[in-house]
Design a protein around this ligand. Structure first.
Ligand SMILES: [Cu+2]
Length: 559
């Protein structure tokens, strides 16, 4: 990781360089409007050996706080922060205008829409008796049938540990020892001199906790939320506080936990329904231009949903083109024209989650339950084909390297081989992928070597306390020799051991005009869901909500 001092050095060296200053003046940028930022440099071979390299690129903040939309294109300064000297200046974009500030300011107070009637009336969730969770000793969250430890972390952002759920007999059963976002890899898809190196490892290089700003009450988190501060060590060892970094709240979004109504003609008059209420632990990292919202959502039926939302600003590229009709070379377009002179460059986001599952104890196994098409014998049945679930327990790491396939589907179970349900099924949890994306880069492309944890969507490794960070412990300028892919190449045994499940959640992002000047949130998630862990539906005994339970409120206008 680079320290603030390193980054300050890189900026000072850049700003005191004559050639750099000449270029800024030539582009007509007032130095008071100049904002320079240090994107990480990645690793691209022997030239960088032995140097601590920071790249510096700059923007104009003239007439806008959204300087990300006003890049000074093609000007990249490579600084050796140890020698405090410039290694290289690339200045190829003199003919590219700095995009205008028009319509880039996203602040409510300066928005032309701020005096308009809102689209919806203000709303919040009623909790007449207050929230039903407690936070003990600042970290132990107790809610409904769950208990877990929640800790802010400078690198991972949030760490959930010792997650346990109460069984029918009142005993708390272990589900997960520790779960957190292990790395966040963001490769951009542009081979230009000023862009090729943009392949961020945001957790290891910048820190998801270090970049998590205070959450905004009533907007980032609802009323009745509990806020937790992060307390971290700064580069010089002094404590720093990230106030209101995590929020915890109950969510009732109008969804149904379970229901059934019976057709009256059968003589029944049954309408049973239970509302779904969940508990969310949330944080948002603002890693430079991009904002990542991390939610861990717990359900009373035992399900845990882990969701990542992407919002904030695009990383954009300046271009001479103002509309697509005057593009004369389509090869110049490494993305979509999202505003005049602004290209939203195509890129990916991959978040690797480290999930140390401890289902009813530390020693677990991993099984792939493959759905296979079977064909009937001639004359056996009017049906020609049907599906059968075939279970295969992974012996070694190679058996559990999973690439998701729609036409060869499987369930993925982590289970305790020595703990059985009443009926003899092994107790387990399955990981349920949601929307996802795989990396399509060449395996030997330098960014892909560093982000090799994206080579599979699921991995299982034996627990090893040095294997926490999927892109490696030290990722700045790393060569990719300490990644999940490297550890897992040993093909160790994973059956009936303390195992770690790794899941990579990916997004391909082809920007569009709606992403300008600030992106509406796009989310994807995956779930950890009990499978034969409980003997029956664990929320069958949930109580319905009655009118008498709620405060009598009347809306100030009728419908
Ligand atoms: Cu994106």
């Amino acid at each position: 990781m680079f320290t603030v001092d390193d980054l300050t050095t890189a900026l000072q060296v850049t700003l005191s360089d004559l050639e750099f200053n000449k270029s800024i003046i030539a582009r007509g940028v007032d130095f008071n409007d100049l904002i320079c930022a240090p994107p990480s440099s990645g690793w691209f071979g022997a030239d960088e050996e032995g140097k601590r390299i920071v790249k510096v690129e700059c923007f104009s903040s003239q007439n806008t706080p959204n300087f990300y939309m006003r890049p000074i294109e093609g000007l990249t300064v490579t600084v050796d922060v140890d020698r405090k000297e410039i290694v290289k200046i690339t200045d190829t974009g003199r003919g590219i205008p700095i995009p205008k500030a028009t319509n880039t300011d996203y602040r409510y107070t300066s928005s032309p829409f701020s005096d308009m009637t809102p689209l919806t009336n203000p709303m919040s969730m009623e909790q007449p008796k207050g929230p039903s969770f407690t936070v003990e000793n600042g970290h132990i969250v107790k809610w409904a049938n769950w208990v877990f430890h929640l800790k802010p972390d400078i690198r991972a952002g949030m760490i959930i540990s010792q997650a346990k759920i109460r069984a029918e007999n009142g005993e708390y059963r272990s589900v997960m020892y520790k779960g957190f976002a292990s790395e966040l890899f963001v490769p951009y898809m542009d081979p230009d001199e000023s862009w090729y190196f943009k392949s961020y490892m945001d957790a290891g290089e910048f820190g998801l906790g270090a970049t998590a700003m205070a959450l905004l009450e009533l907007n980032d988190c609802p009323r009745h939320a509990y806020y937790m501060d992060g307390v971290f060590a700064s580069a010089d060892g002094r404590p720093v506080i990230q106030p209101n970094m995590i929020c915890i709240f109950e969510r009732y979004s109008g969804d149904i936990g379970w229901r059934h109504s019976e057709i009256p003609v059968l003589g029944f008059d049954i309408r049973e329904s239970r509302p779904k209420v969940t508990l969310v632990a949330r944080m948002a990292a603002s890693v430079g231009n991009y904002d990542y919202i991390f939610d861990w959502e717990f359900q009373t039926d035992g399900l845990i949903r882990i969701k990542v939302g992407l919002t904030g600003m695009l990383m954009v590229k300046g271009t001479p083109y103002e509309n697509i009709y005057n593009i004369f070379n389509a090869n110049d377009m490494t993305g979509t024209l999202v505003s005049e002179n602004v290209i939203g460059v195509v890129h990916d986001h991959f978040v690797s989650f480290h999930l140390d599952m401890d289902i009813d104890g530390a020693n677990n196994s991993f099984a792939k339950v493959n759905l296979v098409k079977e064909n009937t014998l001639p004359g056996q049945s009017p049906r020609r084909s049907y599906l059968k679930a075939k279970r295969k327990v992974a012996k070694t790491e190679n058996d559990a390297k999973i690439k998701l396939k729609l036409y060869d589907p499987s369930e993925f179970h982590v289970f305790n081989p020595s703990k059985r349900s009443r009926l003899g099924n092994p107790t387990g949890y399955k990981i349920i992928p949601g929307g996802n994306a795989a990396s399509l880069l060449d395996l030997d492309d330098p960014p892909q070597i560093r982000g090799a944890f994206t080579n599979n969507q699921i991995w299982v490794t034996p627990h090893n306390k040095t294997e926490e960070w999927a892109g490696g412990l030290l990722v700045s300028q790393s060569k990719g020799d300490d990644t999940l892919a490297v550890w897992s190449a040993r093909n160790r045994e994973i059956e009936n051991k303390d195992i770690v499940l790794w899941y990579t959640l990916g997004f391909h992002h082809i920007p569009c005009q709606e992403d300008f000047p600030v992106m509406p949130t796009v989310s994807s998630s995956f779930e950890l869901k009990p499978v034969n862990f409980f003997d029956r539906n664990p929320i069958m005994g949930a109580t319905p909500t009655f009118q008498k339970d709620l405060p009598v409120c009347s809306a100030s206008r009728s419908y």
